[in-house]
Structure formats: C-alpha cells, structure tokens
Design a binder for this molecule. Structure first.
Ligand code: SAH
Ligand code: F3S
Length: 432
C-alpha cells in the first residue's frame, strides 16, 4: 500500500508552487500519494506563511490538532517561511515535530524526511536551477517560478529574511517548463516571483541576461499557450517598456497587481519602497490609458509606524483615484528581523478604524464598478466544476465568472455575456 501525504498550504502563490514541488519529489522518490484526511496520513506537512503575526499563532494551535489526530507513526514536518525564521524553536515548542524545512530549501524535502529533528533553513542555499519532479494541482493553469528570494528591503517585510537574496531562474529553463505545461494541456501559465519585474538582475553562474519584458515575449511565443499571468510586479520597476509590452501582447492577461502599501510618500519612504505617491498614480494612469479594460489589484498596509491621519488620507486618495478592482488590506503587524520591528506602533484601535474605513470605501467602489460589467462580453477560461450545475473560470481581466454548464466546458475558453454581478463572482451566459 502506498504511503499517504497530507499537506496544508498557507500564504502566497509561491507557497502553492513550493507545495506542488514537495508533492512531486515525495511522490517520485518516496512513493507518497496525496490524501485530504490528515488522520490517515503517514506524513503531515504544513507549508507556512510568516508575513503577518496571526498565521504564526495559528501554526502552533494547528500543530497541536494534527498531533492529536495523526496515526501513531505518522511524521509531521513544518515547511515554508515560518520554518525559515523560527527554525529549531519550532521543535522546542512542539517536540513531536519531526523536521523543519525552510522556504529556500524545498528541494531537500526527501532528505529531511529521513533525519529525525532535522532543521534545514539555510537562506543562502541556491536552488534556482534545481530540476523538480513534475506535479500540478490544476491541469489548466501552470504556476512557474521565475525567481527565488527578494532583493528589496521593505522595512515591514520579513520575506527577504526567510527566502533570501533574489536569484533569477535562467530563461531557457522557464520557457522549457512552460512548454511542458502547455504540452500537458495547460492553456495558461502563471509566472511567480516576489518581484517579477526585477527579473534578470542576477543569475547564479553565467546566463544570458534577459529582462522581464523579454521573458514575457519569449514565453508568449509558445504555440498553444493562450494566457500569461504573473505576480507580483513592483510599482518601482513598472517602466514604459514593461507597460507597453503588457498592453500590446495579446497573450498577457489584462490584470495587474500593483502593491501600493501606502499612499503617503513619507510612509513609502519609511517603508523603503523606492517610489512616491505621484509615481504610483502616474503608472496606474498610464496603465488605464493604454489598457482600458485593465483590472488593477493592490496590497495596502494601514497603521505602519508613524502613519498620521494625513498620511492615511493620502492612501484613501489613491484608493479613490485608481479605483482598484481588488484590494488586499492589512493592519501593520511588526515582524521579527525587519527594520521596522522596534518602531513605535500606531494605536491599535486607530489602526482597526483605518482598516474599516478603507475596506468600507473599497466595497462602495466595487458596488459602483459592478454596474459597469453588466452586458459586457468577456473571454473566460473555465477551470472549475461547481457542485450546483455551474462551471467557473476567470475572465482575461480577472473577473470570477460562472455559467450554467458541465464538465465539457472545463479547459475551454469562451465569450461570456455578464448578466449579474456579485462582489466575488459574476454570472453570465456563453455567447457565440
Ligand atoms: N513581494 C510580494 C510581497 C509579499 S508579502 C508582493 O509584492 O506581493 C504580501 C503582502 O503582505 C505585502 O504586499 C504586504 O501588503 C503584506 N505585508 C507584508 N508584511 C507585512 C506586515 N509586517 N504587516 C502587515 N502586512 C504585511
Ligand atoms: Fe517583501 Fe518588499 Fe520583497 S514587500 S517580498 S521585501 S518587495
């Protein structure tokens, strides 16, 4: 009988891809098959996130739960960013954990499995050219890493300390991986990195210097590939060449993530983001002008240390000017190993109130935008069969859309006329 693997993935798309890599290695080298039931697994993995404090608390309570329900001989491994920064502390606090594997050490999963109490968290480790075995959760959309680590030093962010310096994966490896994914039926690739439009600054060893715009051109030249998405670009590196390629290239989906963080130039400086409010607004305006149907999403942190009411008003102004189609908003959470960790915090209630105001205003904007979608025809790639007789997918510009239908729609792209819009999903009808 095969061994069973249960894996829980928290956090960002890069973690999703890291989990796929671990599943692939464990299947090919150790014969593990996936299960949805932690109680019947021989190995339980939690792939953790540490960008905010809450998920870290959640980790230890979850570990306790897994320890109670696991089979007597089953192993538990903690992977990902929290593994990187807490290291052996995890085994101290939860002694039943068998190993700890950092976000930069994913390729060592089959090794640590056999070393009880192993802690592999080296952040200088270079796995930018490691040939992982193949596994994908979705047959339709392929996540592909284009870089590891992050070279920025945003003062609030722990990621450079958990994922290490940025190294780009050679362009020919990325194109070859995309080719394989398309040959296996994926019509869409999703290029991943902490700072994708900084791609090509540093490779390990001698490799052809290719920037992100050129990488997009090469990937889009693949026959059979119909859609390219990517995350996350950095507003600082959104030069004209990049925005023009985004606008001009029909295979690039017209949805852009522009992580604002704050609308105040003073706070942006304290965060070491490298751009000002004016630069951000200028880039967003150029995007909207060149790509009229673009949808822009963002990340915003409220109550960064030192944020005044006036600073917050600047953030609200950017919200009202850009009218983002999607906002991921967070209250600042001090993180260990970051430059901002010891700065005096904004009063917690004030932070919560700002978050509420921001989210309330964003909901109003969404309600206003809703009306604009009705009657429009969008191109949808169907990826998910729902239980209620619907099939769901995403439009080119990232609107979640569902239509009445069955399995045969999966993996197809069709024009859909939008008939109804809710906050998270739109309903539509396929048109010829
Ligand atoms: N390079 C990635 C950032 C990963 S972290 C990107 O640009 O998307 C994802 C988001 O978490 C960040 O954009 C930020 O908005 C939020 N975040 C990071 N550190 C945080 C902190 N200390 N407190 C609150 N939110 C934080
Ligand atoms: Fe974090 Fe800034 Fe990099 S948000 S992941 S340090 S771009």
């Amino acid at each position: 009988m095969s061994k069973k693997l249960f894996i829980e993935t928290l956090g960002c798309a890069m973690n999703v891809r890291d989990s796929e890599h671990m599943v692939a290695e464990l299947h090919a080298l150790e014969g593990y098959e996936l299960t949805d039931e932690a109680g019947e697994a021989d190995l339980i993995l939690i792939n953790t996130c540490s960008v905010r404090e809450k998920p870290v608390h959640k980790l230890f309570s979850e570990l306790g739960v897994f320890n109670r329900l696991k089979k007597p001989d089953a192993k538990i491994g903690v992977c990902g960013c929290t593994a990187s920064h807490l290291g052996k502390e995890i085994i101290k606090r939860a002694p039943y954990v068998n190993f700890v594997l950092g976000a930069r050490n994913v390729s060592k999963i089959a090794q640590v499995l056999h070393k009880d109490k192993a802690v592999e968290i080296e952040i200088d480790y270079d796995e930018s050219q490691f040939a992982f075995k193949d596994f994908r959760t979705s047959a339709y959309k392929a996540y592909i890493n284009i870089s590891i680590g992050c070279d920025k030093q945003c003062t609030f962010c722990i990621v450079p300390k958990t994922r290490g310096d940025e190294i780009s994966i050679p362009a020919d490896l990325i194109v070859a991986e995309a080719r394989r994914a398309v040959d296996n039926g994926a019509k869409e690739v999703f290029l991943l990195g902490q700072n994708v439009n900084n791609y090509g600054r540093r490779f390990s060893g001698e490799h052809e210097k290719v920037n992100f715009t050129e990488l997009l051109r090469r990937v889009s030249a693949l026959e059979g590939l119909q859609r390219i998405r990517f995350t996350s670009p950095h507003p600082l590196h959104m030069d004209d060449e990049f925005i023009e390629e985004f606008a001009r290239n029909p295979k690039i989906c017209k949805s852009m993530h522009m992580p604002l963080q704050s609308g105040s130039s003073d706070i942006l400086k304290a965060m070491k983001r490298g751009y000002t409010k004016e630069w951000f607004l200028n880039r967003a305006a150029k995007l909207r002008e060149m790509v009229p149907n673009v949808s822009i999403s963002t990340d915003i942190i409220v109550a960064f240390p030192g944020e005044s009411d006036e600073d917050f008003i600047h953030t609200m102004e950017v919200l009202n000017t850009v009218r983002f189609e999607q906002v991921f908003s967070f209250k600042y959470s001090p993180r260990p190993l970051t430059e901002a960790q010891n700065l005096e915090e904004v009063d917690s209630q004030i932070g919560s109130e700002r978050l509420r105001l921001l989210q309330e205003r964003h909901d109003e904007i969404l309600d206003e935008l809703k009306c604009e979608h009705i009657g429009k025809v969008v191109e949808v790639y169907f990826e998910e069969l729902r239980h209620d007789g619907y099939v769901a997918g995403r439009s080119d510009n990232n609107l979640g859309v569902k239509v009445k239908g069955s399995e045969e729609l999966l993996g197809t792209i069709a024009n859909v006329k939008i008939t109804e819009v809710h906050r998270t999903v739109a309903h539509g009808e396929i048109v010829a």
